[in-house]
Design a protein around this ligand. Structure first.
Ligand SMILES: [Zn+2]
Length: 291
């Protein structure tokens, strides 16, 4: 079973080194230290579609990503307007191994967070990076700020061998995916799944099961994929969120994942957790675990 996209970086994050500026300076001075090459916030790929790395020498502000076979890996701290997303990055992701996407995704999320948090949320003063790029500290009030990760539930409701797929207005033509939404303060993953399915599709669900998760670096989400059993297949769509929705059976989902010309919808790309969720639902049907 393939792992979700943006996972499997396989590097030692070496958190114990982050708070030791002398050790980090030593790592930066190493001849074998590598710096991730970024174009704004996007990855740059070599001829084999692998992440491009350069020597660290001369880099000013960096984020310490961790150690790979004791080689220190860094990412540049890039000044970029937050929220910019070039659609071309998704073409690059189609060519990247999950491991490279995971390493780049961490660098992108951290850079987005730094660019969105130049000021202290406690007193309004300008903040500066610390912890080797894994935090920001306020020189005026000493408040410490840490990169945020925003949990998002993404789920398939099942009803008698079919799952619910929907499309948002901004999706490419033909694309349908699992419904999704941010977890709110004061709610569990299971409660967020049930609320989102009721809000967006008007269906009540029970038996919510966790399936898998992935980081999603646009800008810093943790996608939590779940399955849930729908009490009914009658839909009442929230038109502001969902343009269209439909129930699809195993054959339809399998055709979509295979990219068949007669598939009922265009599946999400393999690096998106929705793709993994569809795949695991199908696998579960075959093993009798779901449905
Ligand atoms: Zn402050």
């Amino acid at each position: 079973m393939s792992a979700p996209g943006f996972t499997g970086a396989g590097i030692d994050r070496a958190d114990h080194l982050r708070l030791d500026p002398e050790r980090v300076a030593e790592l930066r001075a190493r001849a074998d230290a590598k710096l991730l090459v970024l174009a704004e916030l996007d990855p740059v790929l070599d001829a084999e579609d692998k992440l491009l790395w350069s020597e660290l020498a001369g880099a000013s502000e960096t984020i310490f990503l961790g150690l790979e076979d004791s080689v220190p890996l860094f990412a540049p701290l890039v000044r970029a307007a937050p929220g910019q997303r070039a659609w071309s990055v998704f073409g690059l992701l189609n060519r990247m191994a999950a491991r490279d996407a995971a390493i780049w995704g961490a660098a992108r999320s951290l850079n987005e967070w730094h660019n969105r948090h130049p000021f202290c949320s406690a007193c309004g003063s300008g903040t500066a990076p610390f912890r080797a790029g894994w935090g920001r500290k306020c020189p005026a009030c000493a408040a410490e700020h840490f990169p945020r990760v925003d949990p998002v539930v993404i789920m398939l409701a099942e009803h008698e061998g079919r799952v619910l797929v929907g499309r948002q207005h901004q999706y490419p033509p033909g694309r349908f995916s699992a419904l999704a939404g941010f977890v709110e303060p004061g709610e569990s993953i299971e409660e967020a799944v049930a609320r989102e399915l009721m809000e967006e599709a008007g269906i009540a669900v029970s038996n919510v099961r966790y399936v898998a998760s992935q980081p999603w670096p646009f800008p810093g989400s943790l996608m939590v994929a779940c399955l849930a059993r729908a009490e009914t297949d009658a839909l009442r769509l929230d038109a502001t969120e969902i343009e269209a929705a439909m129930w699809v059976d195993c054959a339809g989902v399998a055709a979509a994942l295979a990219g068949a010309a007669d598939a009922p919808f265009l599946a999400p790309p393999p690096y998106a957790i929705a793709h993994s969720l569809f795949r695991r639902w199908l696998d579960g049907i075959q093993t009798g675990e779901t449905g």
